[in-house]
Design a protein around this ligand. Structure first.
Ligand SMILES: Cc1cc2nc3c(=O)[nH]c(=O)nc-3n(C[C@H](O)[C@H](O)[C@H](O)COP(=O)(O)OP(=O)(O)OC[C@H]3O[C@@H](n4cnc5c(N)ncnc54)[C@H](O)[C@@H]3O)c2cc1C
Length: 713
């Protein structure tokens, strides 16, 4: 039987039972007056048939709570009146917990997947909270009867809480309330109304009891953190409010914010201000890509009406321009600029010697808080023979002044793809090797295949599904040996660029000695406030993960610095709800939110709307008609779940969707916004239009057509 049918049958069964309950007005038997009236008869029946009565009572109690029917309170009183305090407490405690758990399981079976997929983004924080301290919340809710129990059962079923946790927390949490009602039942004659059972004093005691574990846990957390710090002598006064390790994107923004709010901050950099992004990452790579693009345009000159163009170049001069570009951006990240902003910049290798002290150049800086922003380094896989050749990485690539004749690029991720295309455009014979079935592993297969097609059209040999196994030298030749479908594949090369990922920089500056915990992928383990297991040591950027982008490093830096400086008063959870990125191939590939692959994997209901750039006037005028915009929306709604853009300036076009997603703006609003003609940005309105056309109210239009016909007479 399919899942849908099973759900349907469960709904029918529940609806039937509830209908019977109300149709026959069974509720009238579950009132205080009825109970009092029949107490004598019930007691006689119980005296004659003890086990049967207990069994029937138990079954009925389970049914009432499992179906969320009104009457559990009266039944509890009845239990006390009939069986006496202790037996009733035991029976009601188990029956109510089993019934509640059944209600929880039914709600989970029928609705959880749907609710979780529909409100995934909004529920993310709640789910995380439930996973962390759901048991405490449930316990509080059970003891503090603000929300009716049946609502708690049904709502908890929609969360990721485990059924066993729900069961035992409910059993313990409901015990005190059950005891009060059972006890009241033993003196049934004196009860005038259900409302009077819980006196305000008793209610207040329950509130205290219910919130106690949660408060206690928070207290223990604070104590534990204090304890972690206790073994380190705390300076009487601090030199700094904040010391930041690393002046890359994360460190620069952290210290900038600290200085802006008038904190005393030291920024320590062991190599170059600006870190990877400026010196060996985003800036040089984009500068190189720009020169390569001009060459590619030269080759396409015919498309633009030229008979012939000739471009002469020297690769060394291209690389010198790259350095000039880095030099032009350098002032933005310079010691001079940051000093003027109020940051004390220190050149030197920092070492954290305690949660309050950082050593640099033989000095000890005392500080209230520390931010680790030490970035990441190229990961070099342990391929036998690789260390015998002078392999390139994104660190030393920029020193090249001669174009390699045959270049192997190991890795099909963003850096690998960007460099593959750029070097191929300069005329290197590039072979790109990727172990996975397609390039750009994060993106949809259609995107990856399109980019692969473009690369191949430009002369790149793309080898996916090829695992690099060994590097050998034979005479003058260096050869990469890969395995593909169980067969060895030999690829001769002059240079090899290793671009298979980046490893967080966590070693050699005191973290191991101090006991700062690392997480599975090698990043520093943090809580949602970017604090490490030491509450005054925080981190941001590549070393913190989970993303490795300049913009996410800057985003985290805000949270890390604000939490470091003001966390004792107010802390902010880092918000990862809308994270965009772009790979700067030609055409660019930009994304925010879900793509189709992820939506399917996560079982998120979605619709796909695609607009081909070949339809856009500006793209046609520019001969840049390759690519598309793919928008995922909630079925029948204009709410954007994710956007992938493949095309020229895709990264810039994406900005409108990032804003829309961040602020809950749907496609209807984008459609209703004027976009200047003819721009590439108009494509965003076009895709919104395509979505609208697919959602025209056909029925309404039939009536409107009739109206027009009638008005024509
Ligand atoms: C080729 C390439 C292209 C890229 N392109 C893009 C792109 O287009 N867009 C994008 O968003 N991202 C891109 N990135 C990623 C981006 O560069 C990183 O995500 C970003 O630089 C991370 O910033 P960070 O501050 O965490 O680390 P980093 O920039 O690496 O800075 C860390 C700094 O800490 C210093 N440091 C380390 N240990 C110590 C110590 N003990 N004492 C003092 N200083 C220390 C290091 O010297 C370094 O300067 C690219 C990366 C590469 C390699």
């Amino acid at each position: 039987m399919s899942g849908r049918w099973k759900k349907f049958l469960v709904v029918i069964a529940i609806a039937g039972l509830v209908a019977v309950f109300f149709a026959f007005d069974l509720q009238r038997y579950l009132t205080l007056a009825e109970l009092k009236a029949r107490q004598e008869a019930f007691t006689q029946f119980y005296t004659a048939n003890r086990l049967l009565t207990l069994g029937l009572y138990f079954g009925l109690y389970v049914l009432v709570t499992a179906l969320s029917l009104p009457g559990a309170a009266v039944m509890t009183l009845a239990g006390g009146a009939l069986f006496g305090f202790l037996p009733a407490l035991i029976v009601v405690s188990f029956a109510s917990t089993i019934g509640a758990t059944l209600a929880f399981l039914v709600s989970r079976f029928l609705l959880r997947d749907w609710v979780q997929s529909r409100f995934r983004d909004r529920l993310a924080a709640l789910n995380a909270g439930i996973e962390r301290e759901g048991a405490f919340y449930l316990f509080t809710l059970r003891l503090v009867p603000i929300f009716p129990f049946f609502i708690i059962n049904l709502v908890m079923g929609l969360t990721p809480m485990r059924a066993t946790t729900f069961y035992w927390v409910s059993q313990i949490g409901m015990l005190a309330g059950t005891a009060v009602y059972v006890n009241a039942g033993t003196q049934l004659g004196q009860i005038e109304s259900l409302g009077g059972i819980l006196s305000p004093g008793l209610l207040f005691s329950f509130v205290l009891l219910g919130t106690f574990p949660l408060l206690a846990r928070k207290g223990v957390d604070i104590m534990k953190k204090r304890q972690t710090l206790k073994e380190f002598p705390k300076p009487k006064a601090f030199d700094y409010n904040l010391v930041v390790l690393g002046a890359g994107s994360a460190g620069l923004v952290s210290s900038y914010i600290a200085a802006a709010v008038k904190a005393k901050v030291a920024l320590i950099e062991k190599h170059k201000m600006g870190g990877d992004c400026l010196n060996t990452g985003c800036v040089p790579s984009k500068a190189l890509i720009r020169s390569a693009k001009l060459l590619a345009y030269g080759r396409r000159a015919g498309e633009f009406g030229f008979r012939k163009t000739e471009t002469e170049f020297n690769f060394g001069e291209i690389m010198e321009r790259v350095q000039r570009v880095v030099g032009d951006v350098e002032p933005h990240d310079s010691v001079e600029r940051y000093t003027a902003l109020g940051v004390e910049c220190v050149a030197g290798e920092a070492r954290i010697s305690s949660p309050y002290t950082v050593e640099v150049n033989g000095r000890t800086l005392t500080t209230r808080s520390i931010i680790i922003a030490t970035g990441a380094s190229p990961f070099v896989p342990p391929i036998p023979g690789l260390d015998q050749v002078d392999y390139l990485t994104s660190d030393n690539l920029w020193q090249l002044r001669e174009l390699p004749r045959r270049l192997v690029v190991l890795g099909g991720g963003p850096i690998g793809c960007e460099m593959t295309q750029a070097f191929a455009r300069f005329g290197a014979e590039v072979t790109q090797v990727e172990m996975a079935p397609h390039l750009m592993g994060r993106e949809d297969a259609d995107v990856a295949e399109f980019i692969r097609g473009r690369f191949e059209a430009e002369g790149v040999r793309v080898l996916t599904g090829h695992a690099a196994k060994q590097v050998v030298s034979e005479g003058q030749d260096k050869i990469l040996i890969c395995e593909h479908d169980g067969q060895p594949v030999r690829i001769p090369f002059d240079q090899i660029l290793v671009a298979v990922g980046r490893r967080p920089n966590t070693r050699g500056f005191g973290l191991e000695e101090l006991g700062v915990r690392l997480s599975e992928p090698g990043t520093i383990e943090t809580d949602p406030f970017l604090r490490t297991n030491f509450p005054n040591i925080l981190c941001a950027g590549d070393v913190a993960g989970p993303f490795q982008f300049t913009h996410t490093a800057g985003h985290q830096a805000w949270y890390a610095s604000v939490n470091a400086l003001f966390g004792d008063f107010k802390k902010f959870r880092v918000d990862y709800s809308v994270i965009p990125w772009c790979t700067f191939t030609d055409p660019e590939v930009a994304r925010v939110g879900l793509n189709e692959t992820e939506a399917k994997q996560q079982d998120v209901d979605h619709e796909v709307t695609v607009f081909e750039l070949a339809e856009l006037d500006r793209a046609i005028a520019e001969s840049e008609t390759h690519g598309w915009i793919k928008v995922l929306t909630r079925p029948g709604k204009d709410k954007i779940l994710g956007v992938t853009i493949v095309g020229t300036h895709a990264g810039d076009l994406l900005a409108e969707y990032i804003l829309a997603m961040k602020h809950g703006i749907g496609l209807n609003k984008i459609l209703g916004t004027i976009h200047p003609y003819p721009t590439l940005a108009e494509a965003n309105k076009m895709v919104a239009g395509a979505w609208k056309r697919a959602h025209v109210p056909e029925k309404l239009l039939t009536w409107v057509e009739k109206l027009h016909a009638w008005r024509r007479g």
